[in-house]
Ligand binder design. Structure first.
Ligand code: SF4
Ligand code: SF4
Length: 222
């Protein structure tokens, strides 16, 4: 009986097709670095650093740090925030503080009397901007916020947080355009519903008046 062929340990695989001398990859890397360094003297796109603060590198559209509040129109009277407090409840480190503004009878004015964010605690997560149902709060790209005032200097109130819709459009054009288009569509829908309601009420009134007139004529004829 023929005995099975003895098993042997797998031998090392043959060198791959791209096999090369040790150190070649390092030399290639250094060549790329050298080309970048030389070209950086005459090609702007090869520069990986800028002369800050005289120059500032453009920030990525996705860069974010602290939130800001948006207002429509020219001033803070157009703040979209309704002081619903959803962002305050959802903020993980609880660094948002909101007080609802009320009239003398205690009725809600649907706007914040106080809206503070302690940016020394804010962790830049963006959850406030995600949960806001009124398109009122977005993440800013402003990063030069250093201050020697550890407390007051880093506690931003609604005046400090307020930004115009133009600012939003410049900072994040795609996001701002999408929000503006959606808000416009919602406003048009709301106006159309109001117009339909007014037309329906008018029709019902006319029918009622007509019916009353007919009944009156019937009564007179009898
Ligand atoms: S970005 Fe995050 S941590 Fe900062 S205020 Fe918004 S929810 Fe709070
Ligand atoms: S920013 Fe938005 S979620 Fe926060 S209180 Fe104002 S409306 Fe509500």
């Amino acid at each position: 009986m023929e005995s099975p062929a003895p098993t042997t340990r797998a031998s090392s695989p043959p060198p791959a097709a791209g096999w090369s001398l040790p150190g070649i990859g390092l030399l290639k890397g250094m060549a790329v670095t050298a080309v970048n360094m030389i070209q950086s003297y005459y090609r702007k796109d090869r520069m990986t650093t800028v002369q800050y603060p005289e120059e500032r590198a453009p920030i990525s559209p996705n860069f974010r740090n602290f939130p800001f509040l948006v207002y429509d129109g020219d001033n803070m009277a157009g703040l979209r925030c309704t002081a619903c407090s959803i962002c305050e409840k959802e903020c993980p480190p609880q660094c948002i503080y909101i007080v609802l503004d009320r009239d003398e009878n205690g009725k809600s004015l649907k706007r914040p009397k106080v809206f503070d964010i302690d940016v020394s605690v804010c962790m830049n997560c963006g959850i406030c901007a995600e949960v806001c149902p009124f398109d009122s709060i977005y993440m800013d790209g402003q990063y030069e916020l250093a201050t020697g005032d550890r407390f007051g200097g880093l506690l931003f109130n609604k005046e400090t947080l307020a930004r115009s819709t133009d600012y939003h459009a410049q900072l994040r054009p795609l996001e701002a355009a999408e929000v503006a288009a959606r808000r416009k569509a919602e406003e048009e829908k709301k106006l159309a519903a109001q117009a339909a309601k007014v037309a329906k009420a008018k029709l019902e009134k006319e029918q009622k008046e007509l019916k009353a007139k007919e009944e009156q004529e019937k009564g007179t004829g009898a």
